[in-house]
Write a protein that binds this ligand. Structure first.
Ligand code: ADP
Length: 221
């Protein structure tokens, strides 16, 4: 069998604040194949964002490991994790995805540069998220919904092996949600894997599989 696009094997993540310990992830395993879209659902605080951060190598698991395209991400030096992330992962967090003082097009260019991609049709990428006419706008002048779409264009720009998205449709209307889901489905049909943390039933219906977290554990899929 081919390596999963992304895999979490028995991942634990604990947070400490003073004497308090939060068991954010307690042995989560998940394997997502190329061309598969998985929705991660569950109540607030169940560990969805922490799981995505661990999959992206932005948080280091306290136990278990993450691999991307068969390459281990966990317990590697930061520069290796950053290189793997730039090359293979598109990350869309709930905030802080864009460099605020750069234009939308330059945000996409920066991502392509980090991934060492030389050719790309930035106009077509912005078309796909309905933002061609905002290409020269500074990121800090976008509405919430426009910023979500720009962040998606950035995350998908370098044609990553896997897209990790935290509530990508949390800030958009129903019509825009359908546009985003249509784009995601097309990318997934082309072989990209997608892991989407969401509360949206529309996203869940669009996914190939739903994984539900509760108190840091997978309860069903
Ligand atoms: P979800 O995305 O499902 O809402 P999170 O992964 O954000 O869940 O949070 C899981 C648990 O970890 C929650 O109890 C949350 O309060 C805690 N948590 C998340 N991030 C941190 C952090 N940086 N420091 C301390 N606790 C955190």
């Amino acid at each position: 069998m081919n390596a999963p696009a992304v895999e979490a094997r028995d991942v634990y993540r604990f947070y400490h604040a003073g004497d308090d310990e939060t068991l954010a992830l307690r042995g989560v395993s998940l394997a997502v194949a190329p061309g598969e879209m998985v929705a991660v659902m569950g109540p607030s605080g169940s560990g969805k964002s922490t799981l995505l951060l661990c999959l992206a190598g932005l948080e280091e698991p306290d136990g278990g490991f993450v691999a991307v395209g068969g390459v281990r991400m966990t317990r590697r030096p930061e520069w290796r994790r950053a290189a793997l992330r730039a090359r293979a992962i598109g990350v869309l967090l709930q905030a802080g995805n864009l460099v605020e003082h750069l234009s939308v097009a330059d945000n996409v260019r920066l991502q392509l540069h980090l991934a060492q991609r030389t050719t790309a049709d930035i106009g077509a990428m912005l078309d796909a998220v309905g933002l061609r006419d905002r290409a020269r706008s500074r990121a800090d002048q976008l509405s919430g919904g426009e910023a979500s779409r720009a962040a998606l264009a950035v995350a998908l720009a370098a044609e990553p092996v896997v897209l990790l998205a935290d509530e990508p449709t949390g800030d958009v209307d129903a019509a825009t949600e359908m546009m985003i889901l249509d784009l995601l489905r097309r990318r997934v049909a082309g072989g990209t894997a997608a892991v989407i943390a969401t509360h949206s039933e529309a996203v869940a219906r669009c996914a190939d599989r739903v994984v539900t977290l509760r108190d840091g554990r997978v309860t069903g899929d």
